[in-house]
Design a protein around this ligand. Structure first.
Ligand code: AMP
Ligand code: MG
Length: 327
């Protein structure tokens, strides 16, 4: 299969609509990462997403809709706190999990009685979702377990020959995936941290829990139990520059060793190979996946040095950083 990359315009959107309504998949940009989308009402199309990515079939997908879509068609109950959060943060990188009406096909939620809904703010995503008119089931547009894609080129590298059309909306500004928030109970629970932080949610509605399952406990968000964001080279995780340098001194093949770290640490490592994530939390989030993909092309080993910032969106960044560089 030939894979086309097209800018977003009336012509490419019409083509995307034809492909989606014929039961096939289209890759589209969002403000977080690129998504591999299929019509959420079409069982066969949704199942093909799992095959294209090699995604485990118990890891549910998010249903994406445009900002004027009436989600009461899809879910049975939206609590008051969720309405407040939707008003504050949508369209944007917040996925909300509700009790499903069962109108989309069961493969979207992998048989769960809940449905995750996302309204992306990216203009290209909005145009695509409005054009197709149906909810679009989509995970990130990468081979399962590999680093999530934040550009059309990243998607092409993973999925060429497996998808017909990649809508190119440039580099994703957010860089890490949406926050997944369970809104089925009295208090919302963060199932996956992301660009809408616990602090931002608490600021709007007072209370928000974070799901952190202990060993052996049931994982509420099935995706969190799998290895993710793995670059195609060896990795090592270090807590700080000192630890990283100590490990580095013991290595022989230093030419192909890269340090992935925030700007402050990079300055202390001058002269070494660096994948610089930037200075601010927003920069670090936006650069993480692109730097992992850049690194895997030239490094035999990436030594990840954990950023010092831990609050707000850095909770989500650190979580991915550890999954990418840890074991
Ligand atoms: P991805 O689109 O690849 O970033 O993955 C979507 C994430 O949303 C995964 O972590 C899923 O486990 C989670 N998710 C999707 N639907 C549900 C749901 N109904 N309940 C809980 N988590 C969900
Ligand atoms: Mg993913």
């Amino acid at each position: 299969m030939q894979t086309e990359i097209l800018g977003i315009n009336e012509k490419s959107l019409n083509l995307a609509k034809n492909i989606i309504l014929s039961g096939r998949t289209v890759v589209f940009p969002t403000e977080t990462v690129y998504g591999l989308g299929a019509n959420a009402y079409d069982e066969f199309a949704v199942e093909s997403i799992f095959n294209i990515k090699g995604r485990p079939n118990d890891n549910p997908l998010i249903a994406h809709v445009h900002k004027d879509y009436d989600i009461s068609e899809l879910v049975s109950y939206v609590p008051e706190y969720a309405k407040k959060l939707a008003k504050a943060f949508l369209p944007g990188p917040l996925t909300m999990v509700y009790k499903s009406r069962g109108t989309v096909c069961p493969a979207v939620s992998c048989g769960l009685d809940t449905l995750a809904i996302r309204i992306p703010s990216h203009n290209g995503a909005q145009s695509f979702l409005r054009k197709v008119g149906v909810p679009i089931a989509a995970p990130s547009a990468n081979i399962s377990k590999h680093v999530s894609p934040t550009s059309a080129e990243h998607v092409y590298n993973d999925l060429k020959g497996r998808v017909e059309l990649i809508l190119d909306g440039g580099s994703c500004s957010g860089g890490i995936e949406s926050t997944v928030l369970d809104c089925t109970g009295d208090v919302p629970i963060i199932l996956r941290s992301g660009l809408i932080s616990r602090e931002m949610i608490e600021d709007k509605i007072g209370v928000c829990r974070v799901h952190s399952p202990k060993a052996g406990e049931r994982v509420l968000s099935p995706g969190m139990k799998y290895r993710h964001y793995t670059p195609d080279c060896a990795t090592m995780l270090c807590a700080d520059v000192e630890e990283a340098l100590k490990a580095y001194e013991e290595l022989t093949d230093k030419e192909y060793v890269y340090f992935m770290c925030e700007d402050g640490a990079a300055r202390k490592l001058c002269g070494k190979n660096i994948l610089n994530l930037g200075k601010t939390d927003i920069e670090i989030a936006a650069n993480l996946y692109a730097k992992l993909r850049e690194g895997e092309k030239k490094a035999r080993l990436i030594i990840g040095i954990l950023p010092e910032m831990r609050d707000g969106i850095m909770a989500g960044v650190i979580n991915r950083f550890i999954k990418a560089c840890g074991n």
